[in-house]
Design a protein around this ligand. Structure first.
Ligand SMILES: *Cc1c(COP(=O)(O)O)cnc(C)c1O
Length: 220
């Protein structure tokens, strides 16, 4: 599908597009950038930093892959949004590095909604307990602006729909319990090339699309 078709479809729904450029060269990013796309997502710190350094500075970089604690410092100076906050430990480290940079870093809490086994992602109880804790209150250099999740990689659209619906419910519950007064808590990052239309129907505010925009990846 053509980029403009995807974009107009998303626009009708008020859904933001994060163009997932992992493994793709700078030229591919620039060609979207020149057409007005400013949000790009990467899943590896080294690649993200290299691209940040060599591409226009008004690009908004999104970290969408698992983030190791010892690598937070490399992206802290410039990252626009970290989608993949999957533990208290990494959030504390983001806070520490953001403080050094004298900034506040926007983050999404990643939830494990898929059937597939995964080491990464909060479950609802865990997240609620943490968000209600004094430890969380003290993290003044991070701002939780919403949630993120990935559905099971399956042809079964019903299942994908149920999983996205579950993430939306998690969002609503956290909103009500913790962020009722916080206008900034409003993002639901869900939907990729294969399932973004379902995600949109289930209330996604931000989709992360790679192969549909850039073509298939050889690796990554
Ligand atoms: C690679 C990746 C995407 C994009 O996947 P496509 O299927 O190429 O659209 C989205 N989200 C995450 C977390 C990814 O790692």
């Amino acid at each position: 599908m053509h980029v403009e078709d995807i974009k107009s479809q998303l626009q009708k729904n008020n859904t933001k597009l994060v163009a997932v450029s992992k493994t793709k060269p700078n030229e591919a990013i620039l060609s979207l950038y020149e057409n007005g796309q400013l949000d790009f997502g990467e899943n590896r710190v080294q690649e993200l930093v290299d691209k940040y350094e060599s591409l226009p500075k008004d690009i908004r970089w999104h970290m969408i892959g698992h983030l190791q604690t010892n690598k937070v410092k490399y992206i802290a100076p410039f990252i626009h949004l970290i989608h993949s906050v999957d533990s208290e430990k990494v959030l504390k480290e983001i806070n520490k590095q953001a403080k050094k940079e004298e900034r506040v870093i926007d983050c999404l809490l990643q939830f494990h909604i898929a059937e597939e086994e995964s080491k990464y992602g909060f479950d609802l109880d865990q997240a609620m307990t943490f968000l209600k804790s004094a430890v969380f209150q003290e993290l003044e250099h991070v701002r939780i602006v919403g949630v993120m999740g990935m559905a099971t990689f399956t042809e079964d659209e019903e299942q994908v729909k149920m999983e996205f619906r579950a993430l939306r419910e998690i969002f609503e519950l956290i909103k009500k319990a913790i962020f009722e007064q916080a206008d900034y808590f409003k993002e639901i990052s869900m939907g990729m090339s294969g399932d973004y239309q379902i995600a949109m129907e289930e209330g996604s505010t931000m989709v992360r699309i790679g192969s549909l925009l850039f073509g298939a990846r050889n690796y990554g």
